[in-house]
Ligand binder design. Sequence first.
Ligand SMILES: C[S@@+](CC[C@H](N)C(=O)[O-])C[C@H]1O[C@@H](n2cnc3c(N)ncnc32)[C@H](O)[C@@H]1O
Length: 219
Amino acid sequence: MKKPAEAGFRCFGGDGVFLTLLWENDDKASTVLDIGCHRGGLLELIHERFRPASLLGIEPLVSARRVAERRLARFAAHTQLFGAEAWSNIPDAGVDLIVGHEVLQYIGDLSLLMANIRRAIKLGGFVYLALGCHTENPIWNSWKHELEALGHNVHDHSPLEIMAAGARAGMAPSVRPLRDTGWVYHDPSVSAPFSYPSVGELLDHQFRQKLLFRFECQK
Ligand SMILES: C[S@@+](CC[C@H](N)C(=O)[O-])C[C@H]1O[C@@H](n2cnc3c(N)ncnc32)[C@H](O)[C@@H]1O
């Protein structure tokens, strides 16, 4: 069995992903699922760090899924990537660790998502969902309009709604800021979408508003 050990946190960067969780994998047969895996960056980090036997990803964007497939094919882990409607392919209680980075804003039905997660996660398993795009984050309102202008269909979720949805599905919710230390790389001379109006708001986002939700499947 594997258990989360949060005495220390490590910060990984890559593919736009920061993973701050320390998960001890002492079961070589373990399976990890990334919801919204995009091009597989987080799954690659998880493979490097934890060496699970199976890597699963859910990603509706076919082009990103193809890149992820190529990227993860280099590894010994058994890899399967699915579209967003393919939760039924994930076996009941078949996953030891579920992660998702900045994906909840794309998912309207939190109850359905949490029911899918609860069905897929093993008893004693953990779910870590990182999100800055939530309604308590002051910067979300402008980012939301930028995403909509780009044609994305996005949803407003408050942190408490997210935690309540997990609890209703039968998981124990907890939360912390994703990061509590380190440097924030930022070059304001490069114009990019989702900009920050000030350093104060940049640091507020990175160290306070960007949250890591944890759901524990205890029963
Ligand atoms: C902001 S990106 C984050 C990608 C990746 N997790 C990362 O951090 O680099 C959100 C991802 O979620 C995917 N997505 C959108 N709707 C989804 C859904 N219903 N289920 C799973 N993934 C979804 C998008 O295609 C996109 O790849």
